[in-house]
Design a protein around this ligand. Sequence first.
Ligand code: AMP
Ligand code: GLY
Length: 442
Amino acid sequence: MLTGSSKLTTKVLVVGSGGREHALLQTLQRTSKLPLSLFSAPGNGGISQLATCVPIPANDILALLRFARAENIDLTIVGPEGPLADGIVDEFEGSGLKIIGPSRAAARLEASKSFAKDFMQRHEIPTAPYAVANSAGEAVAALRSGKFGPPESAVVVKADGLAAGKGVVVARSHDEAERAVVELLSGSLVAPQAAQHLVIEAALAGREVSVLLFADGRDYVLMPAARDHKRIGENDTGPNTGGMGAITDAKLIDSETLNRIVRDIVVPTLEGAVAEGFPFRGILFIGLMLTATGPQVLEYNVRFGDPETQAVLVRLQTDLWRIFQAMITGKLGDIDVDWSEQASACVVLASGGYPGAYETGVVISGLERLAASDSLQVFHAGTEKSRNGDFVTSGGRVLGVTSTGTTLVEALRTCYEAIGEVNWKGMQYRRDIGRFSESHEW
Ligand code: AMP
Ligand code: GLY
């Protein structure tokens, strides 16, 4: 007779509803040797094809906890930053449940940019010179102090708190920066609680790259370096978005630079977290600028990136469930994690109007023509299944067409050929994913 404890499958819950979460679930299913029973809260139309979607919002920590307890979930993985900053990991662990993500204390590395900058300063981690301001007056005084060069130099103004990518203004002059200060504090760009403090920092020039890693509080495993495209328009024009595409490619970082990133940034960050009493267990995503004088940290995120995750995980060869288990048991140092020796690309298909207002409920055609294969995956971000079984749009970013190839050019070709099969009214995407206008000249 089966009892409650002798379950046949291992139950995994992924919190979130985007392409990142679809990629996590699909990779668990693809790589795991164990029979996994997959759940997602709240999930999306595409996710519902491989997991049971539970209608609990990602930020409703208590409802998620009740569900995980009632359903005997063996492991929860958290996609978005909001619940991490709100302490979902502390709540779950306090109830004896296993969960992948940093504690609330460690999540401050993303949830407060001033905390992150002060942390980097304490641990001598290379990052742009900065000042923290608690009012418009303090911000203007910092800008006029001379610390950020002459008035015509570029400077970056950042809201301290979580702002879904809308809290950073790269200003081309101090005048523009002063206007950004007023705008950020007015509440028109970001919620007022995100802009209680501002970080002003020098603008860095160079090539941006993202390094993600798995960490168990002591050891870490790097993922392939990635690069994303944040702007809506081709040639990096127009407003910022959640991310319109991402690539991985061995050519992104040479081994000498990577060694330097590990020595000067990754190790001091993880050791600094231990020294300050919040050992980092979870996914750390370090946004870097490769400047003429070496790599510098732009930001920390304490979670998988979206759409970087889609481009990174299609190359994973090792059982993702085993990696998560090793993170939970502090044995990450004991396992080998393998990645295919390929390049990869994820091209995001978005609703017309995004990142501004857009229509939803639009029927997507052609998806059935795209059979997933070893080299092609279509991850859903903003889709729902309608009553008659069609996929319809339900968000700004709708699909992430993702592929691998021997070269980046080949991966991109596979993506764009597949995109030719899909359509809906208003669909937009960038045709220049993987082509970067190098080195911003401020
Ligand atoms: P963050 O959320 O802090 O990574 O900022 C979002 C984006 O703003 C980054 O991906 C960069 O493109 C840009 N950015 C942030 N800080 C700087 C900086 N100090 N210099 C130049 N660009 C920056
Ligand atoms: N693609 C950037 C992020 O996930 O924050």
